[in-house]
Design a protein around this ligand. Structure first.
Ligand SMILES: N[C@@H](CCC[C@H](N)C(=O)O)C(=O)O
Length: 328
């Protein structure tokens, strides 16, 4: 079949978006997985951190399903949701939309440009849970808040939370960030292991100054990515809980692909948190490929059309972000 793909990114976390909103496509679960494995491979495929399937929804404006590069399905993807928000906005023509995801219906909204000319979307990251059973993390206690996991490190303090995909977060110093500690831990908890049977996204946070943090994530099902939206949201919340940042205030979150803004909201009555994730939803190119989803072993590219203006504008934004980080 001829399959249209939209390559897009949020903070350099890149995806292949497949439109099942306006097109009648019908994939089996195995085919969705097979397409992710074939197309996301950076050596033999097109290369991407995951596939975003955008489907029709009975209750919302659209539905998002996210498959990681290794073919596993994730319950949420923050950077991907901004790309889906952009796509649904462009197709449906509404500034505010509701997107169905695996575990929640989430509000998304076109918002003020993060950098002049860059299409920017605010997406809701929720529900948030600190219950270890929701990741799952198999330890005795019901939560892990700045606690030790001796199986992973003698010294680092970790917080575990689901937003609702699973995250393990630690605030670290420069020397730890520059070492291979994060990769070793992440590989351990994303291979066969007793602590995180389903794997976990592992983030290290470096506080820069009040209202500004840097986050790097090793993603479950992918590896190190330029950025992970749910991880940046989870990390911002952790810095608020630690008193390093404040709730209801915009926090700048720098990453290897750019910058987003996060705002943590706390509903005191219900003691619930939700986070606004604000950042780019950038189109890179449109492509058409010939592929057999039932036997997804190879594909041929039929056509490709670049969104050069979007790419060069995003590069300018990145230059500013790098200059800021270089000075620190
Ligand atoms: N890149 C995403 C998260 C994608 C899913 C994640 N790897 C998982 O398996 O939970 C984001 O921007 O949130």
């Amino acid at each position: 079949m001829q399959l249209e793909l939209l390559k897009c990114h949020g903070s350099g976390n890149d995806f292949l978006l497949i439109d099942e909103l306006t097109k009648d496509l019908c994939f089996s679960e195995e085919e969705r997985k097979g397409l992710a494995l074939l197309l996301c491979n950076r050596e033999t495929g097109i290369g991407a951190d995951g596939i975003l399937y955008v489907l029709k929804s009975e209750s919302c404006d659209a539905r998002m399903r996210v498959f990681n590069a290794d073919g596993s399905e994730a319950s949420m993807c923050g950077n991907g949701l901004r790309c889906v928000a952009r796509f649904a906005h462009d197709v449906i023509g509404k500034d505010k939309l509701l997107i169905e995801t695996m575990k929640a219906d989430l509000e998304v909204e076109k918002t003020e440009d993060i950098y002049e000319g860059i299409p920017t979307f605010k997406v809701e990251i929720s529900p948030v849970s600190f219950n270890t059973g929701d990741l799952p993390l198999r330890i005795e206690s019901k939560t892990l808040l700045n606690g030790k996991l001796p199986e992973l490190s003698d010294s680092l303090l970790f917080t575990a939370l689901a937003v609702p995909n699973p995250h393990l977060v630690s605030i670290v110093t420069n020397d730890i960030l520059d070492s291979d500690v994060q990769e070793n831990i992440a590989r351990k908890v994303n291979g066969p292991n007793d602590l995180f049977p389903d794997g976990v996204n592992v983030s290290f946070i470096k506080p820069i100054e009040e209202g500004h943090i840097f986050v790097r994530t090793f993603e479950r099902g992918v590896g190190f990515t330029n950025a992970c939206g749910t991880a940046m949201s989870a990390s911002t919340l952790v810095t608020c809980l630690n008193g390093q940042n404040a709730v209801e205030k915009e926090i700048s979150v720098y990453n290897n692909g750019g910058k987003v803004k996060c705002v943590v909201h706390h509903n005191h009555g219900e003691d619930r948190y939700k986070i606004d994730l604000i950042g780019n939803g950038t189109y890179v190119y449109k492509a058409s490929i010939e592929v057999d989803p039932q036997n997804a072993t190879h594909f041929t590219t039929v056509s490709k059309e670049n969104f050069d203006d979007e790419t060069s504008l995003y590069s300018k934004f990145q230059q500013g972000v790098r200059a800021y980080l270089h000075e620190r």
